[in-house]
Design a protein around this ligand. Structure first.
Ligand SMILES: C[S@@+](CC[C@H](N)C(=O)[O-])C[C@H]1O[C@@H](n2cnc3c(N)ncnc32)[C@H](O)[C@@H]1O
Length: 198
């Protein structure tokens, strides 16, 4: 476990060393695109924690969502702002996902994609509480959890039973199933989730 995983410096260093980190798809995640194409999620105000270069945040904005995208890394955000300049209803803010209390109760949705697997596993309950606090009554968490089955991390493995254990006290689990729309190297390892705030 990297000792400074909770610090911006850890993530900034990866963006600095790799320019484009290995996790960046260079495009919106196909499971998200599928859900939007199918009209499974109605537009609303959405928070995107750990947005990276912001491809998913941009797609959400283009599909009618009002998007607040957050990342702890200023380098990620510089990359995001450069790529998506001028896109309406898309705002990038440097913030730690655990410190978003000023946005409490503001969102209809939180979109999850490779943020939960990036945080320190012992902080998962804390993360669930933070996300819960962002949502309005009736709000939803949707997106993917990364169930790659390997040891170590980040990214840290997220199993179905772990999602249930962490989120069930605060959310009703509406959907949690392997996505059929992942990119090749993540096939069978992404759990599409829709969780309704209790
Ligand atoms: C694996 S990357 C995924 C980025 C993006 N979701 C994507 O799919 O390309 C994880 C991202 O979460 C950010 N991150 C890690 N810990 C965070 C925290 N506590 N608060 C906000 N962002 C965080 C990192 O800087 C990084 O951009």
């Amino acid at each position: 476990m990297p000792t400074n995983i909770n610090k911006a410096a850890y993530w900034d260093q990866i963006y600095r060393d790799e320019m484009t980190p290995g996790w960046d798809l260079g495009a919106p995640a196909p499971p998200l695109k599928h859900a939007l194409d199918q009209g499974l999620i109605e537009p609303g105000r959405v928070a995107v924690p750990g947005c990276g270069f912001g491809h998913d945040a941009r797609l959400l904005a283009e599909r009618g969502f009002k998007v607040d995208a957050f990342d702890i890394s200023k380098r990620a955000l510089a990359g995001a702002r450069k790529r998506h300049r001028g896109v309406k209803n898309l705002k990038f803010t440097k913030a730690d996902a655990f410190k978003l209390s000023r946005f409490s109760g503001k969102f209809d949705y939180v979109y999850e994609y490779t943020c939960f697997c990036a945080i320190e596993p012992r902080r998962r309950e804390e993360y669930a509480r933070a996300v819960h606090a962002l949502l309005k009554s009736g709000g939803r968490l949707f997106g993917c959890f990364y169930n790659h089955g390997r040891e170590g991390g980040p990214p840290f493995d997220v199993t179905k039973s772990e999602v249930r254990r962490i989120f069930a006290p605060l959310f009703k689990i509406k959907k949690l199933a392997v996505s059929r729309h992942s990119i090749e190297r993540r096939k069978g390892a992404e759990l599409w989730a829709e969780l309704a705030r209790l």
